[in-house]
Design a protein around this ligand. Structure first.
Ligand code: DHB
Length: 394
């Protein structure tokens, strides 16, 4: 028995991109169905990055997708770049007039899921896509299996792959599951969450001879910190004392406030952009379309920018039969995507220590950091990219 559901837009993936798109489309009266293979609990509890660009925050708050971002989130007006034993503040607000907000991604997801369910959104968890077809016609469809084993067919006018880096929709767009521009890095991040008060009121990005460390925060009582590690590292083997020693050695001059570590994970680094973002009436957004290494926290912000653009294009297509914006969607989105790819790669390569770095490479890297922090133009370049390029410019 297959149940057939008809809707206007079939959205695969209930992460930030899929949920925000359903929210924006609903505002224009465009109905959608959202499916995700994960459970609601898994989506709401997976720990991700915590920095939101000003435009991301504006989009979430002005559209009613999340009010808590402004009340629970914390505005940050700068970061510290630390190298050769000294900290250098990059003052975002004086350089660009913009700020960022520290608000964990899974909190934004809780807000979005609650808002969509309250609005009566057809949102199906534990539903895995098994097929996708007719994307070259104006009646594409997807098939899926729900958690209880029942089969579903969703007939739509457009299919959106917002289903993350292991996207099941991607082959229907690019012709293969891997087709894209790709880069790997010889390091990863060891991330912890601990019960402690903040060691610093702003984020510290530290380049040290022992490797990179990032001191971030979550709240008055919970902190998030990362240090560069081997991609094959097993997060369970280090003792808490070894973790604190590693972190402390990488932020000389700052005394970290220690506390019980209640979560640890290893984040792998990769850069990826799909060769195609759109094929007929199927499109990729967010991590399904591109992945960035975590340095600079561009992942969710890029997903939101894709969706703001796609929402405009789908409104024009589905409400006015105007194909111009959907025809230029990929070309427009890729301009920001490649700028963010560059920024994430640049922050990563400037701040991390490669195992095979020569004495020349180390000194050159410090020269690069110095050219950023000792020049207003250099600081402004970093601040503009970190706080995010305006959505209106796209
Ligand atoms: C966080 C993660 C990042 O990748 C980053 O650049 C800054 C902050 C975080 O999880 O807090």
């Amino acid at each position: 028995m297959i149940t057939t559901v008809r809707t206007r837009v079939a959205i695969v993936g209930a992460g930030p991109a899929g949920l925000l798109l359903s929210h924006l489309l609903a505002d224009a009266g465009i109905e959608s169905v959202v499916v995700d293979r994960r459970s609601r609990d898994e989506i709401e509890s997976t720990i991700r990055a915590g920095i939101l660009e000003q435009e991301t925050v504006r989009t979430l708050s002005e559209t009613g997708a999340s009010d808590r971002v402004l009340t629970v989130g914390n505005r940050h007006d700068g970061i510290e770049l630390h190298f050769e034993g000294e900290g250098h503040r990059i003052d975002f607000s004086s350089l660009t007039g913009r700020s960022v907000w520290l608000y964990p991604q899974h909190e934004a997801l809780k807000d979005l899921i609650a808002a969509r369910l309250a609005a009566g959104q057809d949102l199906r968890f534990e539903t895995e896509v098994t097929g996708i077809g007719d994307v070259e016609t104006d009646r594409p469809w997807i098939t899926a299996t729900a958690g209880d084993g029942s089969e579903l067919r969703i007939e739509a006018e457009f299919v959106v792959g917002a289903d993350g880096s292991r996207s099941g929709v991607r082959p229907a767009v690019t012709g293969s599951s891997s087709g894209g521009y790709f880069r790997e890095y010889p390091f990863a991040w060891f991330g912890i969450l601990c019960e402690a008060s903040p060691s610093s009121h702003e984020l510290i990005y530290s380049n040290s001879p022992h490797g990179f460390a990032l001191i971030s925060q979550r709240s008055a009582t919970v902190q998030r910190m990362y240090f560069q590690c081997d991609p094959e590292a097993d997060p369970s083997v280090l003792s808490e004392a070894e973790i604190w020693d590693t972190l402390q050695a990488r932020v000389p001059g700052t005394t970290l406030i220690e506390g019980p570590i209640f979560q640890r994970d290893v984040l792998r680094f990769r850069s990826f952009v799909a060769h195609e973002l759109r094929h007929g009436r199927a499109v990729l957004v967010g991590d399904a379309a591109h992945t960035v290494p975590p340095t600079g926290a561009k992942g969710m912000n890029l997903a939101v920018a894709d969706v703001v653009l796609l929402d405009r294009a789908l409104r024009a297509l589905l409400l006015e039969n105007d194909t111009r914006l959907i025809d230029t969607f990929a070309q427009t989105a890729l301009k920001r995507i490649w700028k963010a790819q560059h920024f994430s790669w640049w922050m990563t390569s400037m701040l991390h220590t490669a195992a095979d770095a020569s004495a020349f490479d180390r000194r050159r890297q410090v020269g690069e950091l110095r050219s950023v922090v000792e020049s207003e133009a250099g600081q402004t370049f970093l601040a503009e990219a970190y706080t995010g390029w305006p959505h209106t410019a796209q």
